[in-house]
Design a protein around this ligand. Sequence first.
Ligand SMILES: Cc1ncc(COP(=O)(O)O)c(C=O)c1O
Length: 417
Amino acid sequence: MGALSRRDLFAAAAAGLATTAFPQALRPPPKEDDLTWEGIRGLFDLDPEVVHLAGMLLASHPRPVADEIERVRRLLDQNPADAWQRSNLAGEGRARARAAAYLKARPSDVALTGSTTEGLALLYNGISVRPDQEILTTVHDHAATSDSLEFRSARSGVPVRAVQLYDDPATASVDGVLRRLRQAIRPQTRVLAVTWVHSSTGVPLPISRMSDVVREANRGRAPEDRILFCVDGVHGLGVVPIDVHEFGCDFFAAGTHKWLFGPRGTGILWGRPEVQDMVSPTVPTFSGSFTWGQRMTPGGFHAFEHRWALDKAFDFHLKIKPERIQERIHALARRAKEGLARNPRVKLYTPASDDLSAGIVCFDVDGVRQNEVVRRLRERGIVASTTPYAVSYARFAPGILNTPEEVDRAVEAVARL
Ligand SMILES: Cc1ncc(COP(=O)(O)O)c(C=O)c1O
């Protein structure tokens, strides 16, 4: 573990993942109806020679998503203008509809973005907050949140304050998080900006319990003073099933190109109907202006073969069943944590309990820097990552494309470091 600059962190993370070859074994065509874990893994063109434990960074496209991208690409290549004119509203409409089915929301409340980062930037740039109010965030967030808030603050003079919701991630508790949140909220707090699952530690925040605290604090406030609860949901989406209304936040931004295995360069931004008007667009849309979801969707011509294939990623998850996916990811993460915990040289940062972890497992190996852990694991055929934060750890992120045996292989490789 060691302190690194942000630029170093991104470079180190990239270097840790550098790979030398992408062999594509000739395999029988996968069967899309085979929803066993083995069948699901067969839908990915992943290099079978390595264990992929960094899918949380960027998705490999499963067959249904890849096929749809290819189908749309052919349409666009044959006649780009016609394809766009005939298919844009329908393609975007399908993506919104399937995202909404997954989130248990209305399609009209979903904007299509290029990533979590873009969704958060649009959100924090366009949100209604006066200079005499404040934005409350945490010390646990990714640069996508903290930098967006910093830009907003520099431009408009709105103060940003960051609270620490837990000291040691390994002993974080729901009650402790809620207590610190309650203490941190002030009458002038207008925006609460947090991250569902921390990619720095693997800790998921109890968002629906936090929304109770926000609701309590909002009692008696005028609409223009009410706290707007905003969440970066990227490392929960596709891991933990969600009903976004029960979840309780007001705005939810997530990339769909990580755990959800959507097309690379896609994401969503959802807004609660009652408070949508508190966020106005930054980028002109080409998507129509009937709904908030349309108005907030950045325009310009995009890689539409990716945007219009997003519905297939939500379908893929809905077909496998979000609850089954959660069970599988928890089981794999638990296996990784238990295996790593048996190693006296390993310090685990992600809590052991399923309630306080999702798919991300952060750890350190005594005497070995986190970059070195990732580099040496890569030499042994394990693709891990480092956390891109000032205090950085090594990280495994087992997903539905992994097997228990692969997790064991990774744990053993750590033991041999
Ligand atoms: C918590 C968190 N938010 C945002 C991002 C950036 O996501 P995107 O690539 O979708 O912008 C990351 C990167 O993995 C992250 O860990």
